[in-house]
Design a protein around this ligand. Structure first.
Ligand SMILES: O=C(CO)[C@H](O)[C@H](O)COP(=O)(O)O
Length: 223
């Protein structure tokens, strides 16, 4: 069952956490299990501080009494633990299924290590025809969407109910599929250069370790 695999991966990541660390706290249903266990470990005396990657994670961390800090006090984090929507054998990631990609990238890129937790449905050979979330400025969004289309992608503005999805940063998300993604870093750079694009959900080189929950237990992959 996928949720048990997510739990196994989410909890295993805490084996890498040591007293005194500053942790990036990712977002999503796999990180949920990390946070639940982290909350218990903190109650038992583990001394860590976290920087959340979304308002949802911040709220959950506060409920679980996980101590929080910020970039002013801790500009460099020890480990970020976060989920992903797709992971290639080279440990390239797509993130942003939950819309938190900008803060997730800010936190992961300020961390010495990024540990990614997934179930095996997230392992892919390539990003061909997969949704790649791109965070965009709402102003002139139609123009930005057309710029993305002109690159050969099929962009769709993400909706939530009757409205457009709005990120924690007040931006929109465009989910874009490309028929063939050969150069992940190159595609990220090309998208990022478009006026109106804030950040992409492509993480070509940030993951250092991936923990995969499977029906046969947990598998760990290193860059
Ligand atoms: O990038 C993310 C949120 O922006 C999540 O990490 C990603 O969508 C995976 O989520 P889940 O663990 O629920 O499958």
């Amino acid at each position: 069952m996928a949720s048990e695999h997510k739990r196994a991966a989410g909890e295993r990541a805490l084996d890498y956490v040591k007293d005194g660390m500053v942790l990036g706290l990712g977002t999503g249903s796999t990180v949920y299990y990390t946070l639940q266990k982290l909350g218990r470990l903190v109650q038992e005396g583990l001394n860590i501080q976290g920087i959340p990657t979304s308002k949802a994670t911040e709220e959950m961390a506060r409920e679980l009494k996980i101590p929080l800090t910020d970039f002013v006090r801790h500009p460099v984090l020890d480990i970020t633990i976060d989920g992903a929507d797709a992971v290639t054998p080279k440990l390239e990631l797509i993130k942003g299924g939950g819309g938190a990609l900008l803060r997730e990238k800010l936190v992961a890129s300020a961390s010495k290590r990024m540990i990614v937790i997934i179930d095996e449905s997230k392992q892919v050979e390539s990003f061909d025809n997969l949704d790649i979330p791109v965070e965009v400025i709402p102003f002139a969004v139609e123009t930005t969407v057309e710029r993305i289309r002109a690159l050969g992608g099929t962009p769709v503005l993400r909706e939530r109910g009757e409205s457009l999805f709005v990120t924690d940063n007040g931006h929109y998300i465009v989910d874009v599929k490309f028929p063939s993604v050969v150069d992940v870093a190159g595609l990220h750079d090309t998208l990022k250069r478009l006026t109106g694009v804030v950040e992409t959900g492509l993480f070509p080189d940030l993951a250092s370790h991936v923990i995969v929950g499977t029906e046969h237990g947990v598998r760990e992959l290193d860059r």
